[in-house]
Design a protein around this ligand. Structure first.
Ligand code: HEC
Ligand code: HEC
Length: 147
């Protein structure tokens, strides 16, 4: 009986070992975006992509994509007290400022009811809207827009 348990344990260990080998091998061939650097080494930051501002607006890739920002944003502050973006894009001022109004969805509550003020979930614009840039995909992909 004892011998049988021993050989079963050895057998199990063998099965596990062979099952693990391919996983280890493929983990080794996978390349991290950091490149072949030891964990303790610092990678120099990648170059920021070139912004493509004040020219044609980039097409949206799908209907519900947040449109990219076609102008500079670096100096526009958004904090608890002030929101520079809303000074031009809010429902109340957009006409005077000759700017497009923020999406209608930005004035809806969770039940889809219209609110007077912007939904605070949409307050920090740059969570979703980023300036247009000539950014190459980080990894190859076959995504095609649906628009
Ligand atoms: C001084 C006024 C002004 C301010 C401040 C401003 N914008 Fe704009 N924004 C505009 C105008 C004007 C356009 C339209 C440009 C065009 O159509 O070429 C625009 C376009 C956009 C668009 C593209 C809309 C579309 O339908 O494609 C987005 C997104 C946007 N702005 C986001 C922002 C965000 C985010 C901020 C704050 C960081 C901001 N804007 C601050 C005036 C402003
Ligand atoms: C949670 C993500 C999110 C945040 C935060 C957000 N937006 Fe949007 N925005 C979207 C999406 C998605 C769309 C496109 C669909 C739509 O209109 O709802 C959009 C559309 C827009 C448009 C184009 C509207 C149109 O009719 O074509 C403008 C302008 C805009 N947003 C400005 C802003 C500004 C300014 C802020 C900050 C006050 C902001 N957004 C915050 C996701 C967001």
């Amino acid at each position: 009986m004892k011998r049988m348990i021993v050989s079963m344990t050895v057998g199990l260990a063998l099965v596990l070992a062979t099952a693990l080998v391919p996983t280890l091998a493929s983990a080794e061939s996978a390349q991290s975006l950091r490149g072949k650097l030891a964990l303790s080494e610092q990678k120099s930051p990648p170059r920021a992509p070139k912004l493509k501002l004040d020219q044609d607006k980039f097409d949206r890739n799908f209907k519900t994509q947040p449109p990219l920002v076609p102008h500079k944003v670096a100096k526009y502050r958004v904090n608890l007290k002030a929101n520079r973006c809303l000074k031009c894009h809010d429902k109340a001022n957009y006409k005077e400022e000759e700017s497009p109004m923020v999406g209608k969805s930005h004035y809806m509550d969770a039940d889809g009811k219209e609110m007077k003020k912007i939904n605070m979930g949409r307050y920090f614009c740059m969570q979703c809207h980023v300036p247009q840039a000539d950014a190459k995909p980080l990894v190859a992909n076959t995504f095609k827009g649906t628009n």
